[in-house]
Design a protein around this ligand. Sequence first.
Ligand code: MN
Length: 202
Amino acid sequence: MAFELPKLKYDYDALEPNIDARTMEIHHTKHHQGYTDKLNDAIKGTDKEGKTIENILKNLDLDNKAVRNNGGGYYNHRLFWEVMSPNGGGKPSGDLENAINSAYGSFEDFKEKFSEAAKGQFGSGWAWLCVQEGGKVEICSTTNQDNPLMPGVGCGGTPILGLDVWEHAYYLKYQNKRPDYVGAFFNVIDWEEVSKRYANNK
Ligand code: MN
C-alpha cells in the first residue's frame, strides 16, 4: 500500500490570519504531495515497501537521500497539519504541562526556547518538541526534511510538535519575517493533539 497524501481536518482558510489559505493549499497539494509521490517512487520494489513511515525513518541509512528527503518530508508535514487547529493556541495542561515546566521552567520560557530554535535554524528546516523515553521533553531543530526519528539526528526521541521553517511555509504572507510566522504558529498549536502524542510516546 503506497503512502497517500493525508486529508486535513480543517479547511485551507481555517488557520487565517495566522497561516493564509493560499500558502496552506500550495503547501499541502504541491509540496506535501510531491514528497509523498517521490517517497513512493523511492521505496518501490525495495524492502521498505509496506513498512510504516516511522519504521522507515528509524532504520534509515542517511546516505539514502531520496528516502531521507522525501520520507522526512512526508512524515514532517503529516505531523505539522495534525498539531495545528483553528481552535488552537493557549497552553498545554496536565502531564505535558508538567514535563514542559520541569524541562524549561515555565511555558513562557519553553515558548522562547522553541521560538529561538525555529528562528535560529539557518536556511530550510524544522523546529521540534520531542519526547524521550521516560517522558522528558526536549527542543531541537534539524535541517532540510530531517527529523529526530532518524538515527543520530537532532535530539532523538519522538517528535510531538513540529514547525516547518522552510520559506515555502510562510513567504507569501510573511516574506523575510520568519519571527512573525513563528509567533503566529503559537496561535494555532493544537495542544490537545500534542498532549495525546506525548501520552502515547513517553
Ligand atoms: Mn513544508
